[in-house]
Design a protein around this ligand. Structure first.
Ligand code: PLP
Length: 492
């Protein structure tokens, strides 16, 4: 070994690295930044949910590439004035749009620690991967899956559903499909899901090379659950037409109203027909943590794969999607690839195979597991389950307020935490679209919209753990107020 002192790296002496020249002032500035973001969360209720972006603010993000340095404090000041006030608003208790989780302060701190470690969780032998494996084990336990099941953090359920479809494709065609392509076996694969499924299922079929028309859309019953008799008939008819049914995608919490398919019946059917059962449980699967809701998910433990997000009802900061696959070997055969630069060893940093990159398309992967691990450990799953139950109780409370308010009408049954309703009017779509935009611009509450049986609905998806009865009351009062004003201006 050469013991001569190496010449000092020029960067460490002359400030050429990207580390601060003065750690003390960097530390002080870091503490100010942490204080500011903690203040933001502590006082979130005092802010508007959302506010329109002034043109001057948009202009701040049309600047040329910054070739020269700027003081960190100045950039942070820019963040405080031009980014923080104009964010999407899903940390706010009045946010009820789409299906967005509220995040949580513990998860935020963990995200900062993860950024400090800057770990790449594609592979190799280090404890951040053990943290992810710990979560995989907890998820197996929560959903009653065997120890041989595999799991992986991904961006969100759109990606998790794609992985589910790809593993089902391997199940149907063998792993040779990866080399030869989907046309090589001569089989015309066809999958099934309900009309209430999220659009990313059809997109997954497209991205898997099977084509979105190879997704047979099955009608739903009056509670937006897949019609099992129609599904049975569709499978039989498709087999007669020469198609090869291979996959049923069940729903645990549909995006429009939160409907949960009869998962036990789907498990029976797919077992009988020898089909893969994948469940899109984007937000609904974590209802497993709430004792009063878990029975609604009976049968989920028999699925072949489950996709869900910790960043929705789990309140982990974005993004933290997850895929769980019963047959870990098949999952691995769908993605693992030999490459000289990813050579595995039995010792040293290159040990620890299989690696997460063997279970999905991403090689570079961040440490999503850490914010999830912190959130689950600090709060415990009982507390998260309690917030999930509470959001459903608030949805029922909202349904009750709608029933007692003559101007309002419920448009769909309240299955979980999503309430679709409208302001009664002769021109309902126009009035209700206007009400939702007014609500957003007022900063009071932020629901979204959807179409229910051809009618535009105001959709309140109560996901945020901070939402309380006062926010529901504010939604009802402001909806009625803006509805009356909209009706008056239409009449004029
Ligand atoms: C039922 C359902 N599936 C899939 C998705 C897509 O999930 P993500 O946005 O995490 O990709 C959503 C999003 O809300 C959803 O509600």
């Amino acid at each position: 070994m050469d013991t001569r002192a190496a010449p000092a790296a020029p960067g460490t002496l002359s400030g050429e690295t990207l580390d601060p020249a003065d750690w003390q002032s960097f530390r002080a500035q870091g503490h100010r930044m942490l204080d500011d973001i903690i203040d933001y969360l502590e006082h979130i209720r005092e802010r508007p949910v959302w506010q329109p972006i002034p043109e001057g603010v948009r202009g701040c993000f049309r600047r040329p590439v910054p070739t020269a340095p700027t003081d960190l404090a100045a950039v942070h000041d820019d963040f405080m004035r031009h980014i923080l006030p104009f964010s999407v608003g899903n940390t706010h208790p009045g946010f009820m749009g789409w299906v967005h989780g509220g995040g949580n302060p513990v998860g935020m701190l963990a995200e900062m620690l993860a950024a400090g470690l800057n770990a790449n969780l594609g592979g190799r032998d280090h404890v951040p991967i053990e943290v992810e494996r710990q979560i995989v084990q907890w998820v197996r336990q929560l959903f009653g899956f065997p120890d041989t099941a595999s799991g992986l953090f991904v961006t969100g359920t759109s990606m998790a559903n794609l992985i589910g479809v790809l593993v089902a494709r391997t199940h149907a065609l063998g792993s040779a499909v990866r080399r030869r392509g989907v046309a090589s076996g001569g089989k015309r694969l066809i999958a099934y899901t309900s009309a209430a499924a999220h659009g990313c299922i059809s997109q997954a079929m497209d991205l898997a090379g099977l084509g979105s028309t190879a997704l047979h859309i099955v009608p739903t019953d009056d509670r937006q659950r897949i019609d099992l008799a129609a599904l049975d008939n569709a499978i039989a008819a498709d087999r007669r037409r020469g198609f090869s049914p291979f996959l049923v995608v069940g729903n645990a919490g549909t995006v429009d109203i939160g409907a949960i398919d009869d998962l036990a019946a789907l498990a029976d059917l797919t077992q009988r027909e020898k089909l893969w059962l994948h469940v899109d449980g984007a937000y609904g699967a974590l209802a497993i943590l709430a004792p009063d809701l878990a029975p609604l998910l009976a049968g989920l433990e028999r699925a072949d794969s489950i996709a869900f997000d910790f960043h929705k009802w789990g309140q982990v900061p974005y993004d933290a999607g997850f895929i769980l696959v019963r047959d870990g070997t098949l999952h691995r055969e769908t993605f693992a690839a030999p490459a000289a630069y990813l050579r595995r060893e039995t010792r040293g940093l290159a040990a620890g195979s299989p690696w997460p990159c063997d279970f999905g398309p991403d090689l570079s992967r961040g440490f999503r597991a850490l914010k999830t691990w912190f959130t689950l450990r600090v709060h415990g799953t009982d507390a998260i389950g309690a917030t999930i139950s509470r959001s459903c109780a608030l949805a029922r409370y909202l349904a009750g307020r709608i029933a007692e308010t003559p101007e309002l009408e419920l448009l769909a049954p309240v299955e979980l935490n999503i309430v679709c309703f409208s302001y009664r009017s002769a021109q309902p779509d126009e009035i209700n679209a206007g009400i939702v935009a007014d609500l957003h611009e007022s900063g009071i509450v932020a629901p979204s919209t959807t179409m229910i049986r051809g009618r535009l609905a105001i959709r309140a998806a109560i996901v945020n753990h901070r939402t309380a009865q006062q926010d529901i009351d504010a939604l009802v009062a402001a909806t009625v107020g803006f509805g009356r004003a909209g009706a008056d201006s239409l009449a004029a």
